[in-house]
Design a protein around this ligand. Sequence first.
Ligand code: AHR
Length: 307
Amino acid sequence: VEEEAEAPKEEKSGNDKLVVGFAQIGQESGWRDAETASIQFYAGQNVDTIDLKFADAQQKQENQIKAIKSFIEMGVDVIGLAPVVETGWDAVFTEAKDAGIPIVLVDRMAKVDESLYSTFIGSDFIEEGKNAAIEMATLLGDEGKIVELEGTVGASAANDRKKGFDDEIAANHPNIEILESQTGDFTRAKGKEVMESFLKTYGSDIKGVYAHNDDMMLGAIEAIKEAGLKPGVDIKTVSVDGVKGIFEAMAAGEANVTVECNPLLGEQFFDTCRKLKAGETVDKWIKSEEGIYRQETAADDLPNRKY
Ligand code: AHR
């Protein structure tokens, strides 16, 4: 008896591979470059089974929206997005949903109805901000004036890291005063520029600086040195990410603490995409596990850092 040949499975994209569109924010920080590398490396290693369509939005939401629309037109299996800002996604996510394409939020959240995305893979930014505040309080003996360098206006990473930090200071550290808080857009150049202006206004009254990412802190460290002060000593530093540059600064005694945020999400992202294509359900929040790193162990930690 002749066996019936199994009909080839009809893929949405007409492609046997897992076809994934990823709309990246841009290249604003070392952290983001590490995330991009992680996603592209994993796709490259699995080129027989994964077809990655990658778009760099150059920090613009409108470019991310355009990329998502073109992924919908291509009929990809899954769309991945690191949303530059939290709001303004409802219409394009609804288009994806109507086309039957799941959305996976990677590293940053979007403020939309839960039904419009499948899962969020990333960190608890509020917790990171809270941990940063506790570290700052310890460094300052629970007393002193500080400044804050915020990330991109409207980004979940900036909103939540600010909330977690400011709430913890307000609730439990009444003798720590936040003199001023301004955006440095998650970039080293802007972090330096804003720190220069804080130093002009408040001078040596500043005893600590909290930056929503390490790149801004690396810029701030340059500004502090140029002002004739010692970063890590005269002005204590706490930032978020855990990139190699901040470990080098900590090992050199020029930075104090980094609260880790993991950008190496490539494997988790594609595993999730595979599950979604297969119709499996996934957790609504796939949370990253992260540590806190301090100056004391930075020289030993540095050789083990992967980004
Ligand atoms: O969304 C994560 C944040 O975005 C990282 O902390 C930062 O470096 C990046 O630009």
